[in-house]
Design a binder for this molecule. Structure first.
Ligand code: FE2
Ligand code: FE2
Length: 172
């Protein structure tokens, strides 16, 4: 075997149980996202942009699905969560453009590593809070029916957008 047949890259993030939110649709999409992200991060040079393009298409569906759930259940802090989705997609599209037009492949690969770190935090804070809320109101993502809509008590603060990560982390 010649010296550079494999790049021997390792993904920053692989699936683990602490990413499970016990909401089937969300967990399924998140597994696919983690797999596609890892495939992109470790892709050979000649497949990197193709893989990243697939990742962006998957992410567009992933985020718009969650954005729709937030609208369906009238999720208080939905704007903050949706804004973060938009910001991440904007960065992904811009880095794809620079990869395609300027040949900046190293930038694409570097972003995949950064996205892995971002996703780990996003899933465990914003997505975790959303999954919990969807369960509380007994939302069915197939029929899009909210079986137990919640009236917020008068004067009660709106729910948080995400769990601050230092609080979400297990005690040392
Ligand atoms: Fe998500
Ligand atoms: Fe999200």
């Amino acid at each position: 075997m010649s010296q550079h047949d494999t790049l021997d890259l390792q993904p920053t993030l692989t699936w683990s149980d602490d990413l499970v939110m016990n909401m089937d649709q969300m967990d399924q999409t998140h597994r696919e996202f983690v797999d596609l992200l890892a495939a992109t991060e470790t892709a050979p040079e000649d497949q990197l942009l193709q893989s990243f393009t697939e990742l962006i298409a998957h992410t567009e569906e992933h985020f718009s699905g969650e954005n729709q759930w937030m609208l369906d259940v009238d999720f208080g802090p939905g704007g903050c969560h949706t804004d973060e989705h938009e910001m991440i997609l904007k960065v992904m599209r811009e880095v794809l453009r620079r990869g395609q037009e300027e040949g900046k492949l190293a930038m694409v690969r570097q972003l995949t590593g950064e996205l892995a770190v971002w996703f780990d935090g996003h899933a465990k804070s914003m997505d975790a809070v959303l999954a919990m809320y969807l369960k509380d109101v007994q939302y069915d993502p197939v029929t899009r029916i909210v079986h137990k809509p919640q009236e917020r008590a008068e004067g009660a603060p709106p729910p948080e957008c995400g769990v601050p990560l230092d609080e979400a982390a297990p005690a040392a």
